[in-house]
Design a protein around this ligand. Structure first.
Ligand code: GLN
Length: 452
């Protein structure tokens, strides 16, 4: 049914870069056979899932939305993919995204944009716009995203779907095409909080193949989502960040946020204002740290080991072939990030830029720690504005970067955060973000499920 739905609508939505019809039918057949044989099956066995194209899938194209990886078929599965396969999930295909997950609208995909199913003239968010649009268009019931600065939550918010960024290190990065290694976090996208929690439970947990994976038990996120769904939040303290109030969110977004707070208070929650004075520096710190790590990670795309090679005519030196390949293979936003990052890491500038940004990152983590002494979770709008028109923010990078104003702090800190549909502004979806302390992923699911 989902393959039929993709065939019917994806020429208009363009959520998928690759549909793996054969693989999906084979995986579904295996689950049917297991069921017929009376084998025990997990709760998601046979459920289809769409996977963001930055996640490697064995033998299935994985381009990260870039020309430089066009046609590349990875020889192995990411850990989260093998875990989904082991749990009987059926991978439908690979979803569109901003090139190497750099962007907030999916307009920086080298393969053309994805369109928001709510209004096809608008963006579906980014970088994981394909995953969220696939959910909103009923092309898939579950999807995988990756969140470095908001790329699961912001697309969730603007497509009226749920997107959760687990605790950094709570889900394995093994097999993710790296953007910013100290921030990248894979996580679940779904149409309900409980569905997201079910997928979270499948993909999370320690992985010895990822050195930053946390060797701790996965919190009971499914139980927490079900508890939240009972609608009782008595005793839960919600922190509202004072510094976010003046940050220029659209009035319609703020109105939905206030209504959500009122709804949560009716369920028994208490609202406490907290101050996080360094959150205002999160965006500039992120735009030094993420590009710095990207400039290092993307050095591996040299035309020798992977994908595209251009200009290898027998007359050019190796370095020139690398340079011509990278010129042809990377799009404008990726080049901008590599240049910023290379500059910030250069000797003589390191202390002034990268080193300084790392200090700011520590101060932001301390703001979180201080806030979580007083409250259980922090809440905010997920994004300052609803889905915007295609083309309206590509000319000025800063206008695009602003989409992640409220999502980036939790990436710098490493704690979990979720976006849940909260209402509509001018007919377009608005998300509520719930941020929790590191390894307290269950708390955010509980609060998010209560709002649903
Ligand atoms: N929009 C942010 C960026 O462009 C975040 C991307 C992400 O989370 N992958 O870097």
């Amino acid at each position: 049914a989902h393959l039929d739905r993709i065939a019917a609508v994806d020429d208009r939505v363009h959520a998928f870069l690759h549909v793996d019809t054969e693989g999906a039918l084979a995986a579904a057949g295996k689950v049917d056979a297991a069921r017929a044989a009376g084998e025990p099956l997990g709760p998601l066995a046979g459920v289809p899932v769409a996977v963001k194209d930055v996640v490697t899938t064995k033998g299935v194209p994985s381009t990260a939305g870039s020309k430089i990886l066009e046609g590349w078929k990875p020889p192995y599965d990411a850990t989260i993919v093998s875990r989904m396969k082991d749990a009987g999930l059926v991978i439908l295909g690979k979803t569109n995204m901003d090139e190497f997950a750099m962007g907030s609208s999916t307009e920086w995909s080298a393969y053309g944009p994805t369109f928001n199913p709510w209004d096809l003239t608008r963006i579906p968010g980014g970088s994981g716009g394909g995953s969220s649009a696939a959910l909103a268009a009923y092309e898939a019931p579950l999807a995988i995203g990756t969140d470095t600065g908001g790329s699961i939550r912001q697309p969730g918010a603007v497509t009226g779907t749920v997107g959760a960024k687990p605790t950094y290190g709570g889900t394995s990065r093994y097999g993710l095409i790296a953007f910013s290694s100290s921030l990248d976090t894979p996580g679940p996208c779904a149409r309900s909080v409980e569905d997201a929690a079910l997928l979270h439970a499948v993909i999370a947990g320690h992985d010895p193949r990822d050195s930053t994976s946390i060797p701790a038990a996965v919190p009971d996120v499914v139980g927490a989502a079900r508890l939240g769904a009972t609608g009782d939040l008595s005793g839960v303290r919600l922190g509202v960040v004072r510094e976010f109030a003046g940050e220029g969110a659209e009035p319609g977004v703020m109105a939905v946020f206030r209504e959500s707070l009122e709804a949560l208070v009716k369920l028994g929650a208490e609202v406490v204002e907290v101050s996080c004075p360094h959150f205002q520096y999160a965006l500039p710190a992120y735009y030094l740290i993420a590009p710095s790590e990207c400039s290092s990670n993307l050095a591996r795309f040299d035309g020798v080991r992977y994908g595209l090679r251009v200009g290898d005519d027998g007359n050019r030196a190796l370095e020139e072939v690398m340079s011509v390949t990278r010129e042809a293979g990377f799009g404008p936003e990726v080049k901008r990030r590599i240049m910023i990052g290379t500059y910030a890491l250069s000797s003589g500038y390191y202390d002034a830029y990268y080193g300084q940004a790392q200090k700011v990152r520590t101060l932001i983590s301390r703001d979180f720690a201080a806030a979580f002494e007083r409250v259980d979770v922090l809440v905010s709008p997920t994004t300052p504005f609803v889905a915007f028109e295609l083309g309206s923010r590509t000319a000025d990078p800063y206008q695009m970067y602003l989409a992640d104003l409220f999502t980036i702090p939790s990436n710098l800190y490493g704690g979990p955060a979720i976006s849940v549909p909260a209402g509509l502004s001018a007919g377009l979806p608005v998300g509520l973000q719930v941020m929790a302390p590191t390894l307290a992923d269950d708390r955010m699911y509980r609060v998010a499920a209560a709002l649903e």
